[in-house]
Structures are given as structure tokens and as C-alpha cells.
Write a protein that binds this ligand. Structure first.
Ligand SMILES: Cc1cc2nc3c(=O)[nH]c(=O)nc-3n(C[C@H](O)[C@H](O)[C@H](O)COP(=O)(O)O)c2cc1C
Length: 177
């Protein structure tokens, strides 16, 4: 059994990113894995203040918010799913804030299997241009393998992904994680 954490940066509960997350989760749970879905938009996550206190005190952030718990879940996970809509050729602010707040443990991000789930109103070429923040984060892991990239392109409206083959692909990715 693997421990899976899904970090979703979409604020739309029934948006495309979260629908794909649910598909992935369903597949993974059916396969017997433990899955924790974390909707970042519903969490209290302050911005990194670059005070560097965490660099001097062994990795504890001075901000006491939901990030403490999220870092714990992240460190225990074998598999991390990074899910985000594309906003202005990048990840959502919710996802970026979360990535920045991993700074206290950036030298101990561990060994992870990684999946991307990304939704965009425009085409897949736009998604390819928008992944710098995710790639830059994952490249700091001590060891990683990007095992899947699930892209919902040309989906502007929430829920538009429902009719696309990537829904089944997300379920299958979870099932065979
Ligand atoms: C602030 C904002 C910026 C966006 N910027 C882009 C963009 O640069 N490229 C793009 O293809 N779609 C862009 N979109 C469209 C979203 O990526 C699209 O609606 C996506 O399906 C949202 O995912 P969600 O349903 O999971 O929230 C943007 C949407 C918003 C709200």
C-alpha cells in the first residue's frame, strides 16, 4: 500500500482539476492505497515571508497555519499528485504559496513518485509552457520519478473535462499507481 497525497490548487470545487483528482483518488483507493486529498484553497496558508528563521532553527516555520499539517502529510507520502489549473501561464496562487512554504524542508523533500494534473482553457502547448513552477519544485526532491502527466486542455468552463478521455486516464493512473 502506498501513501498518496493529492495537492489541488484549484479553487473550483467541481472544476476540471478537482474532477480529475477525484478520478485518480477513486482508482487509487480501489487499488488499496491510502489517499489524502488536500484542497489548498480551503486551507489557511500564508505566504512565505522569507524571514529565513526556518533556515536557522532546524526547519520550523514561524507561521502557525495549515501548512504544518500539509508538510507532515507531504513528508510521509510515497506518491505526490500536484494538481493545478493554468493561470497566466503558471500554476495557481494557491499552489505557488504551498510550494514556497515547503522552504523549511527544501533540503529534505525526500523520494517521491510524482503525477501532474493540469487543466487549461487553451491547448496542450500552453500547458507545456506553464509547468516551470511544478518542474522547479520537483527538481528539488532528493529523488523523484514523474510517473504521469494528466492534462485537460481546452476546458474553460468548470466540469468541461467530464466528456474527455483524460477522465478515464486519471482513474487508470490512480488504479495503477
Ligand atoms: C485567473 C485565471 C487565469 C487563467 N489563465 C489561463 C492561461 O494563461 N492559459 C489557459 O489556457 N487558461 C487560463 N485560464 C483558464 C483556466 O485554466 C481553465 O478555466 C481551467 O479549466 C481551470 O481549471 P479548474 O476548473 O480546475 O479550476 C485562466 C483562468 C483564470 C481564472
Amino acid at each position: 500500500m502506498k501513501h498518496i497525497v493529492i495537492l489541488s490548487g484549484s479553487p473550483r470545487k467541481n472544476g476540471n482539476t478537482n474532477l480529475l483528482c477525484r478520478q485518480f483518488q477513486q482508482g487509487a483507493e480501489e487499488a488499496g492505497h491510502s489517499v489524502r486529498f488536500i484542497p489548498l484553497a480551503e486551507k489557511r496558508i500564508g505566504f512565505c515571508r522569507a524571514c529565513d528563521v526556518c533556515m536557522r532553527n532546524g526547519g520550523a516555520c514561524i507561521q502557525k497555519d495549515d501548512m504544518e499539517n500539509i508538510l507532515c502529510a507531504f513528508q510521509q507520502a510515497d506518491v505526490v499528485v500536484l494538481a493545478t489549473p493554468v493561470y497566466f501561464y503558471g500554476v495557481s496562487a494557491q499552489m505557488k504559496a504551498c510550494i514556497d512554504r515547503t522552504y523549511p524542508i527544501w533540503q529534505h523533500l525526500g523520494r517521491k513518485e510524482v503525477y501532474y494534473i493540469v487543466s487549461a482553457g487553451l491547448g496542450e502547448d500552453i500547458i507545456a509552457r506553464s509547468l516551470g513552477d511544478l518542474d522547479g519544485f520537483v527538481e528539488h526532491f532528493e529523488q523523484y520519478e514523474i510517473k504521469g502527466r494528466l492534462y485537460a486542455s481546452n476546458v474553460m468552463e468548470a466540469g468541461a473535462v467530464r466528456t474527455l478521455p483524460v477522465m478515464e486516464a486519471a482513474y487508470q493512473a490512480g488504479l495503477h499507481v
